[in-house]
Design a protein around this ligand. Structure first.
Ligand code: CTP
Ligand code: MG
Length: 393
């Protein structure tokens, strides 16, 4: 018995084209972008969306390869997927996919494998918007358009009334089946499924598309896809920042320091959990990136951080940096205080803090002050951090 309920939505991923304009030595869907093919990327997006029946339409020569790609992408949803052979035109390939749909399916999405980087959110959005009307994702047209006759420009075209259609395109299943039957009988080839559906009297509406859903058609498109998948690389030399923090003992509950709970140790006081080590790191990172300081991002004006632990501050700081185009190089932090005795938990603390920063190395050292000053008198803890960040591009 299946653990996944039989879905009422299906997606047909058409991958049976030859890719003549790409000119690679394999059919387009089986060309590598990085270590994954165009089809594999498309299927990764499909399986990250809500569960639905997945029908891949592959060239007859590549049904076995497509099956392997499907299994690799499907994870525990393999039973939702199948592969069929395609036709001479895209329309015939879609028709072959429609013939493989399960009886329970009431909504069908048609998707070009060539739109390999389409976000799963776009697939979910189209599926969620289908009613009696068809749905296409579309982008506004940005170029200035002209009507031409040979090399003569004969008119300007108002781009406000135009939109660039993408996939997946979603339709009520029964009406799409009927429209495909009509089209097959008439022998007319339509430019896309929405045009075919509209020709049979169906209404079509649009929702927002996305830049990442562009179609890989030419070698330049493939290069663009490769570039989008490359990991961000550091630009230029790094930038350093420094942060310090002090908290007094006298808080409620257990001590939190360096991202760890210290049962039996006196707590530090503060708006949050008083973790001076984590807070010094936050200031060092924000300072390195030139993005303000901890008070601005996490202070009393942000009640959502009252009582929050250091790891939450660090994770949010990493996000703030990433949004501004910075990656974290490394962090070194030292605290001064008589307690807690730190060395036995150093590795644990470093792992915790590093994890909160997405894996950037964090080194933590601790020292006492020979009985001098407020830390020497056991009144509180002081921490100093230095961080290195890189602009990424
Ligand atoms: N497609 C298909 N069956 C066909 C033709 C196209 O399944 N007989 C699919 C392609 O695999 C692609 C999508 O329809 O995912 C969009 O078509 P297009 O970008 O034109 O791909 P190709 O036809 O392969 O490329 P070209 O036109 O350059 O040959
Ligand atoms: Mg084509």
């Amino acid at each position: 018995m299946s653990l996944i309920p039989v879905p009422t939505t299906a997606i047909i991923v058409v991958a049976a084209g030859s890719g003549a304009r790409l000119g690679a030595d394999a059919p387009k869907a089986f060309v590598g972008i990085d270590d994954r093919s165009v089809l594999r990327h498309a299927l990764d997006g499909v399986f990250a969306a809500q569960p639905m029946q997945v029908v891949v339409v592959a060239p007859d020569t590549h049904v076995g390869v497509a099956q392997a790609e499907l299994l690799a992408a499907a994870g525990d949803r393999a039973e939702l997927g199948s592969v069929v052979g395609g036709g001479a035109t895209r329309q015939q390939s879609v028709a072959a996919g429609l013939a493989a749909l399960w009886g329970d399916v009431t909504r069908v999405l048609i998707h070009d494998a060539a739109r390999a980087l389409t976000p799963s959110a776009q697939i979910d959005a189209v599926a969620g918007a289908v009613t009696d009307s068809g749905i296409i994702p579309a982008l506004p047209v940005v170029d200035t358009l002209k009507r031409v006759d040979g090399d003569d420009v004969v008119a300007a075209v108002d781009r406000e009334v135009l939109a660039a259609a993408q996939t997946p395109q979603g339709f009520p299943r029964r009406a799409l089946d009927d429209a495909y039957r009509t089209a097959a009988a008439s022998g007319v080839e339509y430019t896309d499924d929405a045009a075919l559906f509209a020709a049979a009297g169906g209404a079509v509406r649009r929702i927002a598309g996305s830049e990442r859903a562009f179609k890989i058609t030419t070698p330049a498109d493939l290069a663009r896809a490769r570039q989008l998948l490359e990991p961000a690389v550091p630009q230029g030399i790094g930038r350093v920042g420094i942060g310090t923090d002090v908290h007094a003992f006298g808080g409620e509950g257990p001590l939190w320091l360096a991202g760890l709970e210290w049962p039996g140790e006196p707590a530090l006081s503060g708006h949050s959990d008083g973790d001076a080590v984590a807070h010094a790191i936050v200031d060092a990172l924000l300072g390195a990136a030139g993005l303000g300081d901890i008070g601005e991002h996490f202070g009393t004006a942000h009640p959502e951080y009252a009582g929050a632990h250091g790891a939450v501050f660090l994770a949010r700081t990493r996000e703030i940096l990433a949004e501004a185009g910075f990656a974290i190089g490394n962090v070194s932090v030292q605290f001064q205080g008589n307690r807690p005795r730190f060395s036995a938990r150093r590795l644990e603390a470093e792992r915790e803090l590093s994890a909160a920063l997405g894996g950037a190395p964090v080194a933590v050292t601790a020292t006492t002050t020979d009985g001098l000053g407020f830390t020497g008198r056991g009144e509180g803890i002081s921490a100093t951090a230095i961080a290195l960040v890189h602009r990424i591009g």
